[in-house]
Design a protein around this ligand. Structure first.
Ligand SMILES: Cc1cc2nc3c(=O)[nH]c(=O)nc-3n(C[C@H](O)[C@H](O)[C@H](O)COP(=O)(O)O)c2cc1C
Ligand code: SF4
Ligand code: SF4
Length: 265
């Protein structure tokens, strides 16, 4: 049985975790697809995984828009996977709801605690760098075992039950309070330290919202910015700065300890 995982990852934690699923699952051959590359053809795949990181206790606008444009299916089994730094909120539930709206049947769900990549939280709480703990990795592996069982059942033509993904009511209110405008304000307007910038264009490619373009140096359209820090975190020179954030609390990619814990050897 072939399975597809369609992921969105800002600094690599989610992608790394998806690679662990691909490396450890039994009874299935998994292909990974990045949401940023568009919509894959799914007819060869017996099941699909949707994966992203928690953003503002829900999913990033990019993911919501991507899922809105997803071609409709008729009951294809899907699982939901999210990573999060501090509190997953309703991200799994929101992603499940978006997939269900397109005709997917949700059969499994898991959230993995990882280090935090959002600089405002790293600044306050040291980034939760201990995650995932051994127990969290074990729970993740148990989820991968569950997926192996589901794949096996699907291959044998057996029934796999649909599940309901829920979250606490308070997140419904928090979801309403967050907005592109607020997130941009929390980050602030971006500038480039031209002494540090090597014009590599990584920030342009990192921005999911087309808010960065390369002129002599990168330029930012703040009206398009969602304050996701992807440009800030991914700049290899820490050349991007705002009034409140300048060369600190960056998360340039999965920490070596996280790579060690999640890589399949
Ligand atoms: C804009 C933004 C908002 C975030 N919001 C949350 C959140 O609501 N709850 C949480 O636990 N983590 C939150 N995080 C942290 C990420 O979910 C977490 O670090 C995740 O593993 C990052 O995955 P990635 O490396 O695949 O991008 C947020 C990160 C960003 C950039
Ligand atoms: S990622 Fe950093 S170094 Fe590269 S172009 Fe952008 S600001 Fe300059
Ligand atoms: S400009 Fe930077 S912070 Fe704003 S949306 Fe693009 S990548 Fe995210």
């Amino acid at each position: 049985m072939k399975g597809a995982i369609i992921y969105f990852s800002n600094t690599g934690n989610t992608k790394l975790a998806c690679e662990r699923i691909k490396g450890k699952i039994r009874n299935a051959e998994i292909d990974l697809f990045n949401m940023r590359d568009g919509y894959p053809e799914l007819s060869d795949y017996g099941f699909v995984g949707f994966a992203t990181y928690a953003s503002e206790f829900k999913v990033a606008r990019f993911v919501a828009d991507y899922m809105d444009g997803f071609p409709e299916v008729h009951g294809k089994p899907a699982f939901i996977f999210t990573t999060y730094g501090r509190d997953n909120g309703s991200s799994g539930m929101v992603l499940a709801r978006l997939a269900k709206r397109k005709g997917f049947r949700i059969v499994a769900e898991h959230a993995l605690n990882t280090p935090e990549n959002y600089p405002p939280v790293i600044r306050m709480e040291h980034g939760h760098v201990e995650n995932p703990t051994d127990a969290q990795v074990a729970a993740f592996d148990a989820f991968i075992d569950e997926l192996s069982g589901i794949s096996s059942k699907l291959s044998n033509g057996e029934e796999v039950s649909e599940i309901k993904v829920t979250s606490r009511l308070r997140y419904a209110f928090i979801r309403i309070l967050t907005s592109r405008w607020l997130m941009q304000k929390l980050m602030g307007n971006k500038n480039v330290d031209t002494d540090l910038c090597v014009k590599c264009g990584k920030c342009v490619r990192a921005c999911p919202y087309g808010a960065v373009s390369m002129k002599e140096y990168p330029e930012f359209v703040e009206a398009k910015c969602h304050g996701c820090f992807a440009c800030y975190n991914n700049c290899p020179r820490k050349a991007i700065f705002t009034k409140k954030y300048n060369k600190f609390a960056n998360y340039p990619g999965p920490l070596p300890a996280v790579v060690e814990k999640l890589t399949v050897h």
